[in-house]
Ligand binder design. Structure first.
Ligand code: ADP
Ligand code: ZN
Ligand code: ZN
Length: 744
């Protein structure tokens, strides 16, 4: 007998509440996850409708008294059904429970609706804004100036928050609104105040862009749906292709979802969509409350919008007739969820597209190995843009060997070449970006006498040094003073190692004391809007040098930047996971793309201790294919994704012994599952995770490799079963990650 878990009310707080029914033989084929069914409910045998969210062979109580499903409701596939089916697929594909998957996929419906918020949104264009701002400065309208500075570059701000934070009166805000700079919206933000008429302002597409649009649209018209990879350097006009295709889709009465990594979700990007589609666009981003998010989903459901832009979760926008899904910068790690289920937006979008009859378009300047290899196998279709859309040239790139610098007696963090170039560019009044290829912000502290490093007692990772002498754990937030003497050996030679953005800044100021410098890192952007503020300042030319980490290389256009210096290109190669080379290549390619975006020719200096590493040489040459071939060979050799699949099983427990024992049991059970002839499957570990302890939990990791994804799903189910049934493993927390993106 098969049984079905049926949910009779889809609202978030009721998702846990399911009722089990038996599936009569006649309905076995139709009664699957996602199906809408009629079931007898309560004592009187009243018939109500519900959805099957899962099926199994295990009854939860007396099978003789379990009621049967009365019928499966026929008819159109409802939205709920689609999302339940999607959740089921996600749970099967990425692990976790049905409940976790449903919570990811269904928008949060809140029991109590929030009071409607008032939102300030910009309505003037940038030129008008600047003019108005300058006038306010001149006339010393200080409250007005504060307000303008606060809102500059933002696509929206909470009305009350702004008033409170800036201590300005409602009258000031009203005056600025009357002057047509901002508008107040009573409802949810991001409605465009424009008329909703489509703008005709658009460039004439070049031949390559036209061919890309045509390729997708021709298939679409013929009823063919597929996945396409739009491969084109930054600035080659990918966004224009997206806009054009979305317009086609909307004209057919369909809707589109466009995913962007949160960090690239800038006002400039969103504005291009508003300009094109007016108020039929909505944006989801992390600053929206759950209620606001739900409102946006509701608007989509009610047919008030045609385009949803946002990060990963925008995928779950309930459009009635989805025609197109676009994933920009598809190689980004942000598309892989770090919660359970650890789904990848690319894979999930592919499945969603198949459920809804939509096409999927991926875009990238440096495609993931996954996506590019699928164009080779014919699973995806490759569309290429080979040149920048505007006349700008690609920058000239030079690699500097830091070992040579040391040999020549140069101990500065700047090579002679970079220093000389900086001097030259600064003298001409041009701008320079210095890129530190590493997350985090400062160096780690260790003892030169005994080698002991200062680590977080909860997380077992190195603490990082912050100005003023505090040491901070970037994982859990643990904070302590830097000790004067080494806690292990008592030596006083304990100090700072490594290079952080602060140290780069200090070095710049030593070399060029007269130059103004901006620094962008986790520290200077902690405040809300800090990131935008720095970008604005730099683009207005208020500083000549911008120093930063990953954050500075994404999506910004600075026409006066003619030199990009990469301080230590190999730093991200030490990250210790199989994607390190890919990440390094992407970062370098992106950073190099920042130079010479406009008419001024650009130059890039890459400093490195490994000048021969292919991720560095290929990035310098702007040669994606060279990188791809080398990296693919490496992945094949070691059977890393996409050459094979990996399942990571993370086992955590409060007691180290419990975690180790539980992980050992699970690993042993999985090893027993391997067929003797199964040459392509391996079980590795358990080993302490790279982060051996976090939030006071001990962490062990087991990796299973196989070329067969289905096989990994069997391992996943077996591990979950072992955890449920084995005493040693019951007390452990266990999480699954298919083809992990982030290290453990
Ligand atoms: P990508 O998304 O690949 O980085 P964009 O679509 O943002 O590229 O295009 C880069 C710049 O070139 C933008 O300013 C855009 O308006 C402009 N552009 C794109 N296509 C054309 C075209 N066919 N003619 C003129 N300008 C274009
Ligand atoms: Zn010591
Ligand atoms: Zn910690």
């Amino acid at each position: 007998m098969r049984y079905a878990d049926v949910i009779v009310d889809i609202s978030l707080e009721k998702l846990d509440k399911t009722y089990q029914y038996a599936i009569p033989d006649a309905l076995l084929a139709e009664a699957v996850a996602g199906a809408k069914v009629k079931v007898p409910f309560g004592g009187g045998g009243r018939m109500i409708e519900g959805y099957i969210i899962d099926t199994s062979e295990t009854p939860v109580f007396d099978p003789a008294r379990t009621k049967e499903i009365a019928s499966v409701v026929q008819g159109a596939v409802s939205l709920e059904r689609r999302f339940i089916a999607l959740a089921y697929w996600m749970k099967e594909h990425f692990g976790g429970t049905m409940n976790e998957a449903l919570k990811t996929v269904l928008p949060v419906k809140q029991a109590v609706r929030e009071v409607k918020k008032r939102t300030l949104v910009p309505v003037a264009d940038e030129a008008r804004f600047t003019e108005y701002y300058n006038e306010a400065v001149e006339r010393k309208f200080t409250a007005r100036v504060r307000l303008l500075e606060e809102l500059r570059g933002k696509s929206a701000a909470d009305y009350r928050e702004v008033l409170q934070k800036l201590r300005i009166s409602a009258a000031t805000v009203e005056a600025v609104c009357r002057d047509g700079i901002f508008a107040v919206q009573e409802e949810t933000c991001y409605r465009n105040t424009a008329t909703g008429v489509w703008s005709d302002k658009r460039p004439q597409l070049n031949e390559e862009q036209k061919a890309a649009v045509e390729a997708v649209w021709q298939d679409y018209k013929e009823g063919k749906r597929g996945t396409y990879l739009l491969f084109g350097v930054t600035g080659s006009g990918k966004t224009e292709v997206y806009l054009e295709l979305i317009e086609h889709v909307i004209r057919e009465g369909k809707q589109a979802i466009m995913l962007i990594p949160e960090i690239s979700l800038t006002f400039q990007t969103v504005r291009r969509f508003y300009e094109r589609f007016g108020e039929r666009v909505s944006v989801l981003h992390s600053r929206l409350s759950a209620g606001e998010r739900y409102d946006q989903y509701l608007r989509a459901r009610n047919g008030e919008i045609d385009v949803m832009i946002g990060p990963r979760s925008a995928l779950f926008t309930p459009f009635e007739q989805l025609g197109l899904i676009i994933i920009d910068e598809e190689q980004e790690g942000a598309y892989k969820s770090e919660g359970t289920p650890r789904y990848h937006a690319r894979e999930t979008a592919e499945y969603l597209a198949s459920l809804t009859g939509a096409s999927l378009l991926l875009g990238s300047a440096t495609p993931s190995l996954e996506a590019y290899s699928r164009t080779e196998s014919g699973q995806y279709r490759l569309l290429t843009l080979t040149k920048r859309a505007k006349a700008a040239q690609m920058p000239q790139v030079e690699i500097v060997d830091l070992r040579e610098e040391l040999r020549a007696g140069n101990r500065s963090i700047f090579s002679r070449k970079l220093k000389e170039q900086m001097k030259e560019r600064l003298a001409k009044g041009e701008q320079v970006m210095l890129f530190l290829n590493r997350r985090g912000y400062a160096g780690t502290v260790s003892c030169r006498a005994c080698g002991e490093g200062m680590k977080c007692p909860h997380c077992d990772i190195s603490l990082t040094f912050h100005k003023g002498g505090t040491l901070l754990c970037h994982y859990c937030g643990y904070e302590t003073k830097q000790p004067k003497l080494c806690p292990a050996c008592g030596s006083k030679y304990i100090g700072l190692f490594g290079t952080g953005t602060q140290k780069v800044e200090e070095a710049v100021l030593r070399e060029f004391p007269e130059v103004s410098v901006l620094r962008m890192d986790a520290d200077t952007t902690k405040q809300k809007g800090g990131h935008d503020k720095i970008i604005k300042k730099f683009s207005k030319g208020e500083a000549q040098i911008l120093i930063g980490t990953q954050m500075i290389v994404k999506g910004h256009d600075f026409p006066r930047v003619t030199l990009v210096g990469i301080i230590a290109a190999d730093l991200s190669l030490y990250a210790g996971d199989y994607r390190a080379a890919e990440r390094t290549f992407c970062l370098l390619a992106q950073a190099a793309g920042r130079a010479g975006r406009d008419r001024l020719p650009g130059e890039v200096v890459i400093q490195t201790y490994q000048p021969e590493h292919y991720s560095i040489t290929a990035a310098a040459a702007g040669d994606y294919l060279a990188f791809y071939q080398q990296e693919m060979a490496y992945r094949r050799l070691l059977r890393y994704p996409p050459a094979a699949h990996i399942l990571a099983v993370l086992v955590q427990a409060e007691e180290q012994e419990t975690a180790l024992l539980g992980a050992g049991r699970i690993s042993a059970a999985l090893s027993r599952m391997l067929f003797p002839e199964e040459k392509t499957g391996t079980v590795i570990g358990p080993a302490p995770a790279g982060l051996a302890k976090a939030n006071d939990l001990y962490r062990y990791i087991i990796y299973i490799k196989s070329s067969d994804y289905e096989r990994l799903r069997q391992f996943c189910r077996a591990a979950a079963e072992e955890k449920r049934l084995t005493e040693a493993a019951v007390k452990c927390n266990i999480q699954f990650d298919f083809n992990p993106f982030h290290g453990y």
